[in-house]
Ligand binder design. Structure first.
Ligand SMILES: Cc1cc2nc3c(=O)[nH]c(=O)nc-3n(C[C@H](O)[C@H](O)[C@H](O)COP(=O)(O)O)c2cc1C
Length: 333
């Protein structure tokens, strides 16, 4: 991996390791946990509806809540029409955003039906209008997160990427799966390579990185400027630190934290940051991925899933931790 930082417009990202936007997961409590573990050079919010954002109150909105520790922070906008952008951009700028990302990759049926996420890759004109409108309304670093599209077609994908660059997008994140691909299908890294060769702006690679080895392989193979990590960072919020220590200078080795300690810390952060009504649901979402640290993770997951309060869930998890040792490094799916 390149030893130095990389830049998105004027934003310095160091190390070039990025927390992926994940709905229900990359809220302030989780981002703070990742920040405490260290090694993450750039944070993303979960996707935020551009239509609803203008009506949110920053200090109490679960979508906009943040702290100085989760910096730099990109706000990811879910947008269907250019008209939704000016007010949404004004809102995130007033919240102190370090940059803005346009979601062009979400494949959730309801979102696609409403014309957002990967639906934009089927309608390049609308995607272009959205990108240009965003560019006109902000000087902040502006990124777009894409998939490979609806079917494998390099010419269409190439034209889409060139359109983003020409519209003023400062960096593109490539999650190389098609609209219909499930997350357990291997990501097609060769397309990150092709897009990196094509574009002058930085390309962020994403998909299936779950260790220092896979991070290194992605960069070696694709020459991407930075690596974005999703699911594996929920299983191991200390993964960025591990990768940074292995691949970059300036990061001192730290022993891997004990997973139960991380689980308790996450629960405490939820208590501090999150409305009681949402705490248990967010702990469940986190546990779904975190449980993969254990051979009998499905037991942990079902204990927490059936709990009726945060305290109850944490107590049940603690009983589990007393009886089970984490496994070394399971593969993600
Ligand atoms: C639970 C979940 C929620 C996600 N939410 C978002 C989202 O809000 N915006 C987005 O662009 N991608 C979202 N993604 C996709 C991830 O950002 C990422 O592209 C994908 O998980 C592949 O990376 P990984 O193999 O490192 O997990 C989500 C993925 C998961 C598993």
């Amino acid at each position: 991996m390149k030893p130095g930082p990389f830049y998105i417009r004027n934003l310095r990202v160091e190390p070039p390791l990025i927390l992926a936007p994940m709905a229900g997961l990359t809220h302030t409590a989780f981002r703070q946990l990742v920040a405490e573990c260290g090694g993450c050079g750039l944070f993303y919010t979960e996707m935020l509806s551009a239509r609803s954002l203008p009506f949110e109150t920053p200090h109490c909105s679960p979508w906009l809540q943040t702290t100085e520790r989760e910096r730099p922070l990109m706000y990811q906008l879910l947008v269907s029409e250019p008209e939704e952008l000016p007010a949404a951009i004004e809102k995130v700028e007033s919240c102190g955003a370090d940059g803005i990302d346009l979601n062009m990759g979400c494949a959730t049926a309801l979102i696609v039906k409403r014309g957002g996420g990967v639906a934009l890759m089927k309608d390049p004109r609308r995607a272009e209008a959205i990108s240009k409108t965003a560019r006109r309304h902000t000087n902040l670093p502006l990124t777009a997160k894409i998939r490979l599209g609806w079917r494998l077609d390099w010419t269409t994908l190439r034209d889409f990427c060139l359109m983003l660059q020409a519209s003023g997008i400062d960096a593109v994140t490539v999650h190389p799966r098609l609209k219909g691909d499930r997350l357990n299908r291997p990501a097609r890294w060769t397309y990150i390579t092709k897009i990196k060769e094509l574009l002058d702006i930085p390309v962020i690679g994403n998909g299936d990185v779950d260790s220092p080895e896979t991070a290194f392989q992605m960069v070696e193979q694709t020459k991407c400027d930075a690596v974005m990590i999703g699911r594996a960072s929920v299983r191991q919020p200390w993964l960025f630190r591990q990768i940074a220590t292995a691949l970059f200078t300036g990061f001192q080795h730290q022993p891997e934290p004990e997973p139960p300690m991380i689980y308790h810390r996450f629960a405490s952060l939820l208590r501090i940051t999150t409305h009681p009504e949402r705490q248990l649901r967010l702990l469940k979402e986190f546990t779904f991925y975190f449980a993969r640290n254990y051979a009998f993770g499905h037991t942990l997951w079902s204990l927490v899933h059936n709990a009726d309060s945060l305290d109850n869930a944490v107590a049940l998890a603690e009983d589990f931790f007393q009886q089970q040792r984490p496994k070394p490094s399971p593969l993600i799916s």
